[in-house]
Design a binder for this molecule. Structure first.
Ligand code: PMP
Length: 363
């Protein structure tokens, strides 16, 4: 009954997680009501909240001097919150500088937000080749007084992923919305990591923040309370009522990830799935990838057909074959297959078989 879902987000969730949620929905833990209908301060929900945090800490090996926050407002809320939280110790508006790498649409949105509160120095940009690569460190123009350095390790729309962690001398901030939990990361190299949940974590409505303790006291004085990481940290992410169902479901995903072998297993699977698809695309004259080989995302694979007049038929027939949500982002067109953790290898095998057959019939 369930089809293969390549949506970029909200994305596929692991089937066993959905089944467990379904089974527990009406009568959670024998309480006679659902997890959505109990106080977020109840002992039962506290256990869920703390368990989810601990599992995420275990999965990403998060050091003790980092707070794990469960936040609202999505990744957009967080790229807006970053300048508010980190410009406070940097002086007047003219003195505040932040370094940003411009790799595509999500980086650009984050840059626009930061410009409202200080100066943005574009360390490097891939605009010259239509955002088809991640610029290497040899081309960077870093400032010496940046309050922080922001980058987007995986551009969800362009399908561009960094295969290295930038080495910088100020706090490194990363929007990991679309590749968190897809491989081990050296958390200690980052000042702050954030991610919207709806790709590799859980349902939409919750975002995760991982913040080094010493960065909690750098907020601008006028920061809205709901954006301040310190407020969230001091309140155990419950300064206001959290999205309890999304938190609970994310916790189930973390347990599922652990049972699969954690982020090492996810990295192996991501490599297998993405190289199968890229290998097929590269071997065909009918399909092509617009992204430079060294920067191709393991999570989001955009591709185009030799003749875009066939796009519509491709999408329609894919859907009939049980392959959902392959349409590229509305701003770039073409196709995009998102291969997050919950997308099994069989889904990519089925996609490649469909693509080969479509090419034979229509190419
Ligand atoms: N950053 C990246 C890299 C994303 O992929 C997205 C969502 N697609 C966002 C930010 C925005 O996330 P949200 O909708 O949770 O605000």
């Amino acid at each position: 009954m369930r089809k293969f879902n390549f949506c970029a987000g909200p994305a596929a969730l692991p089937e066993p997680v959905l089944r467990q949620a379904q089974q527990e929905l009406l009568n959670w833990r024998g309480l006679g009501c659902s997890v959505m209908e109990v106080s977020h301060r109840s002992p039962e929900f506290t256990e869920v909240a703390e368990g989810a945090e601990q599992d995420l800490r275990d999965l990403l090996d998060i050091p003790a001097n980092y707070k794990v926050l469960f936040l609202q407002g999505g990744a957009t809320g967080q790229f807006s919150a970053v300048p508010w939280n980190l410009f406070g110790a940097a002086g007047s508006r003219e003195q505040r500088v932040a370094d940003y790498i411009h790799t595509g649409q999500w980086a650009e949105k984050a840059i626009k937000e930061a410009r409202r509160y200080g100066q943005v120095n574009i360390v490097a940009s891939s605009a010259d080749r239509n955002f088809s690569y991640a610029p290497g460190p040899d081309s960077w123009q870093q400032s010496d007084n940046a309050a922080y350095f922001h980058y987007t390790p995986n551009e969800t729309i362009g399908g561009v992923e960094f295969d290295y962690v930038p080495e910088v001398s100020c706090p490194l901030v990363a929007d990991m919305s679309s590749n968190i939990l897809s491989r081990p990361i050296p958390v200690e190299k980052y000042g702050m990591i954030y991610a919207g949940a709806q790709k590799n974590i859980g349902p939409s409505g919750i975002a995760v923040g991982i913040v080094r303790d010493d960065l909690l006291d750098r907020a601008l004085p006028d920061i809205p309370r709901s954006l301040r990481w310190k407020v969230a940290a001091d309140a155990g992410s419950m300064d206001n009522t959290p999205p309890t169902f999304a938190w609970y479901l994310s916790g189930l995903v973390f347990q599922w990830l652990k049972a699969q072998g954690g982020v090492e297993a996810m990295a192996e699977l991501a490599e297998k799935k993405s190289s199968l698809l890229y290998g097929f695309i590269d071997g065909s004259d009918f399909y092509s990838s617009p992204v430079e080989k060294s920067s191709r995302s393991r999570m989001n694979v955009p591709f185009v057909l030799a003749d875009d007049k066939l796009d519509k038929a491709f999408l329609q027939q894919a859907e009939e074959a049980g392959l959902l949500n392959l349409k590229g982002h509305r701003s770039v067109g073409g196709m995009r297959a998102s291969l997050y953790n919950a997308v099994p290898l069989e889904a990519v095998e089925a996609l490649v078989a469909f693509m080969a057959d479509f090419e034979k019939r229509c190419g």
